[in-house]
Design a protein around this ligand. Sequence first.
Ligand code: DAH
Length: 341
Amino acid sequence: MNVDLDDHLEEARRRIAEAADEAALRAVERAYVDKGGVVAEMLASIPGLPPEDRKAVGVNANRLKTAIQEALEARRSELADAELEARRGARGFDPTVPGTPQRRGSLHPLTQLQRHVEDVFTSMGYLVLDGPEVELDEYNFQKLNIPADHPAREMQDTFWCDRDQHLVLRTHTSPVQIRAMEQLEPPFRTIVPGRVFRNEELDATHSHTFHQVEGLCVAEGVAVGHLVMTLRTALREVLMKDDLDVRLRPGYFPFVEPGFELDVRCPFCADGCRICKHTTWIEFCGCGMVHPNVLRAGGIDPERFSGFAFGFGLDRLAMMWAAIDDVRHFLEADLRFLEQF
Ligand code: DAH
């Protein structure tokens, strides 16, 4: 008889625990507690039992009933709590709960600076052009007056993309000078910001991937004075320093004649600091008057037109612009660095 009771109770509790809603609970209640259920049957069997067993069966039947009713009660309140919780969640907005902060992204510092540089040059009438990062040897070198056996190739350690050495990862943005000349009729002026690649060891001032801005202006009567004025004006705007000065030193690049290195007066000091290596000047870019061979390679008559060109490192400028001491930061995607901009 006791075994019976335990079996019934175990089975009832299992069904109650599994019940997911009121209907399932009612079914258990009907099967055990209601008229015609297990408990009622136990009670109904009493008159037919031997007199000494009757009391025990009566007590057990009532215990079973109470235990099942308690279990039903507990499960009902559990389900009610869950339903309330679900409705609260579904309603969605609780004005007393602190908000989840939104994480805002920002543009990479090089992108910010590139856009700033583009704004400055477009305000001076420059067109912003783009060119391929995987470039033909012909454009990256030959048409820029650097033939296959030219020692100037030593200056730029190149990633070759094919066995025949026709394709390279461009080592500078200068090949877009040729592409621009092929597409545009002089007079025109253009800048080309872009990514360039060299086979270099990574250190604080060198990287296999970096960014340049090429400049090219072709018209009748273009002279070195225009070049200096243009770069001085642009740099004053970009670095927001009205009295920033520049100077030219002779420099060799096969695609310009004469060629120069342009230095900018150190924006951080008056009489020498670590950044300008105590010289008060910072090397800024290569530049010069476009070589007649290059004009010709671009389909432009050097007897009629002349041009100036320049190419500077955007990473280098960014280091000046935002006082950054290591170019590797630009490629590392470290949020601790990027979130400062
Ligand atoms: N392409 C050169 C380099 O990457 C930089 C340069 C020098 C560009 C002189 C020019 C220029 O347009 O006139 O080292």
